[in-house]
Design a protein around this ligand. Structure first.
Ligand SMILES: *Cc1c(COP(=O)(O)O)cnc(C)c1O
Length: 378
């Protein structure tokens, strides 16, 4: 025993704060199949076309000054984002993936005794961040895989500090129409932070979609998070951004580390944002294949939820043509989809739009699977 009355050695050791050990591990999309050399990875919603070549050049150029700290003000990237999206540059902050920004927001606004309300198919890490803070997570179901503004509003408690929605959501790939997002916001007390995670915003072509920018522009309790991991093809660099009121941005600026976005990431993302032609090409490739794959899979008698993203959420029947049998069948053909597990529906597979030949391989495999007797051999 020492002066504080605690054991000096041989005790259980340091204990994390309450909630930390209740966190289950995050499961990354699989990327290998034993015995398959070049599997088709359609499990993580990565860009099949990769980043802009200008982004790669900027990244390589950044290698010349690796001894220098990054620009902690993130000025070039914030200006590029503000120019392209016509936003107030002072209200943008960048982070180590949008994941970090979601983590910082949760750290700043929720703690023990607080409730965080999550729409069912929010980004998996949001739950983990809230649990790590010792906050209680309230999960609101998404009937028919659609975010329910009514359900979210009915789930508010006096202890609610944050409401988090991903729109489009993941894995369903559906979105909350702008009018519904507005209705959700209008029903929230002004001291509840509304987080709009719009990781797939760049892919959405629907006219009644607001990624949260319009709302964040005028409300003081809304933050929109965006990423360079999806359409811009920079997942490896970990770079995302947030847009919110001055007061929320001020909070993020206080709590983030000064160099949370690395210099190569800032350089590559700036070039990527300014290459509108590449962004448009990726968007067009995605729209074309989203339509083709939805049509063809529907033709195989599969149920495909209309997606506005770069992935498809496909429902399989029970029995011989179950999602699990399809998963095994695809893997035997070297294709890795994302099984939706961990409490999610086991009736579906999530499949990312890939290169043309990858998409054809997925279609061929699922066509054979659905017309086969369902045995797990191709
Ligand atoms: C991929 C994804 C993100 C973001 O990721 P970062 O790589 O951390 O920017 C956020 N939300 C959803 C719903 C996603 O699918």
């Amino acid at each position: 025993m020492n002066a504080t009355g605690r054991a000096r050695a041989g005790g259980p050791g340091p204990r994390p704060r309450a909630g930390v050990l209740s966190i289950g591990p995050y499961k990354q999309g699989a990327s290998i199949i034993d015995g398959v050399d070049n599997p088709i990875k359609v499990s993580s919603n990565e860009s099949p076309l990769g980043p802009s070549s200008r982004a790669i050049q900027a990244y390589l150029a950044a290698a010349e000054s690796l001894c220098r700290y990054p620009d902690g003000t993130q000025a070039a990237l914030r200006e590029a984002i503000a120019g392209v999206h016509r936003l107030d540059v002072a209200r943008i902050v960048c982070g180590n993936g949008s994941d970090e920004l979601l983590s910082l927001l949760t750290r700043a606004y929720a703690g023990p005794g607080d409730d965080v309300v999550l729409s069912e198919h929010s980004f998996g890490m949001c739950r983990i961040h809230a649990q790590a803070q010792g906050a209680r997570v309230i999960t609101v179901p998404e009937p028919d895989f659609r975010i329910s503004a009514t359900g979210l509003l009915e789930s508010l408690t006096p202890a609610t500090r944050m409401v988090i929605v991903a729109t489009p959501n993941n894995p369903p790939g559906t979105y909350l129409p702008a009018a519904e997002l507005q209705r959700l916001h209008a029903g929230l007390p002004d001291d509840i932070l509304l987080v709009v995670d719009s990781a797939y915003a760049e892919f959405v072509t629907a006219a009644d979609y607001d990624p949260g920018a319009a709302l964040a522009e005028r409300a003081n309790n809304v933050v929109m998070t965006r990423t360079f991991s999806k359409l811009y093809g920079l997942a490896a660099l970990r770079i995302g951004w947030a847009y919110a009121s001055h007061s929320i941005i001020d909070v993020l600026q206080r709590i983030r580390t000064p160099f949370n976005a690395s210099a190569p990431a800032l350089a590559a993302a700036t070039a990527a944002m300014l290459d509108r032609e590449h962004a448009m090409r990726v968007r067009e490739h995605n729209s074309r294949w989203l339509e083709t794959m939805t049509r063809e899979l529907t033709g195989f008698d599969l149920e495909v939820i209309p997606s506005v993203t770069n992935f498809l959420f496909v429902r399989f029947p029970s029995g011989r043509h179950s999602a699990e049998a399809a998963f095994n069948f695809l893997r035997m053909r070297g294709i890795i989809p994302r099984p939706v597990g961990a409490g999610g529906p086991r009736t579906h597979l999530r499949i990312t739009i890939g290169l043309p030949e990858e998409n054809r391989a997925v279609l061929n495999a699922l066509g054979s699977f659905m017309s086969s007797d369902g045995a797990p051999t191709p």
